[in-house]
Write a protein that binds this ligand. Structure first.
Ligand code: MLT
Length: 311
């Protein structure tokens, strides 16, 4: 009977699916790397979200591990190269939390345009800042979407009723363009120069270098807002902080950070930045879907050799 370790908290749907298929499961969350290294030899599969870092040390110690499943999209917490060297399969659940992430990006857009967090905070304090809070409307603006995978596509669909012009920068869009008549395929430079809101939904660069740095802000309108619900290292945080302080752009809303959990960050207390703690995918619905997807895929691999959503 195959044996699975679930090392991050997730919907118990995953455990139920494994058990229904006679796969034995241990749920042990919050373990250190050292603790995982000690127990990993007894497992055939391991399921993580983003908290567990599946390091080379863990992979080298894993004598029986055949598959690592990521309940989510990003696999930057897994040493995929080391796993491949040991012929382990790494699978994720693309699309499983795309709607949740796109909805949060949309919520960040509306929050930053209407200054909702500031309005909420000051109203709770009895300050009644009505005269000092003037928002910007989203309707009829230009939304730039960088990266057009499941999340970028979903965001472009969600905003249809707002009559916005949508610019997209994505390497893979040209070949799929006929499916997306509502968006315009543009270069990165065109997108950053012409968008009122720029929302990132791409992967981070393989070398970890940010896509958005100092020189880019000079090309933007001073009324531009930056949204990042993808990965923290896509936007250089110091350059963004400088751009906000120098009024090169109007504001930013970030759900992701170069270092997570973000206990300190240069953007903390910048009044032009709205920050949330990597919660874009954290909805009741998405957490069930990703747990279901990863458990079904891993079961099918362990019992039938079927490889789905491998990275
Ligand atoms: C993902 O990669 O799926 C999202 O960033 C959410 C998560 O970290 O689980």
């Amino acid at each position: 009977m195959p044996k699975i370790l679930i090392s991050d908290s997730m919907s118990n749907v995953a455990q139920k699916i494994f058990e229904k298929n006679n796969i034995s499961v241990d749920v042990k969350t919050g373990l250190s790397e050292e603790e995982i290294v000690k127990i990993i030899p007894e497992y055939d599969g391991m399921v993580v979200r983003s908290a567990t870092k599946v390091t080379k040390n863990i992979i080298l110690a894993a004598k029986n591990l055949k598959v690592i499943g990521r309940a989510g999209a990003g696999v930057d917490n897994i040493d995929v190269v080391a796993a491949k060297e040991k012929n382990m399969i790494v699978m994720n659940t693309p699309g499983g939390n795309a709607n949740a992430t796109a909805e949060h990006a949309f919520a960040l857009i509306m929050s930053v345009l209407r200054k909702t967090p500031y309005a909420n905070e000051t109203t709770h304090k009895g300050q009644w800042e009505k005269k000092n809070i003037k928002g910007t409307e989203f309707s009829k603006k230009t939304l730039g979407i960088v990266g057009f995978g499941n999340v970028g596509v979903r965001l472009s669909q969600l905003v249809k009723g707002f009559d916005v012009k949508i610019l997209v920068n994505s390497k893979s869009l040209a070949s799929r363009k006929k499916d997306f008549p509502h968006v315009n395929d543009v270069s990165f430079d065109d997108l950053i120069s012409n968008s009122d809101i720029i929302s990132f939904h791409c992967k981070a660069a393989a070398d970890g270098k940010p896509l958005l740095t100092k020189e880019h802000y000079k090309k933007m309108k001073t009324t531009t807002y930056i949204i990042n619900a993808a990965r923290g290292n896509i936007v250089d945080e110091k350059d963004l902080n400088d751009a906000l302080n120098e009024n090169l752009i109007a504001g930013a809303a970030l759900d992701v950070f170069s270092k997570e959990p973000a206990k300190e960050n240069i953007l903390f207390n910048n009044p032009k930045a709205i920050l949330t703690p990597h919660i874009a995918a954290s909805t009741t619905e998405a957490s069930i879907v990703v747990a279901e997807m990863v458990a079904n895929q891993m079961t099918d691999f362990l019992l039938n050799g079927v490889k789905k959503n491998t990275v």
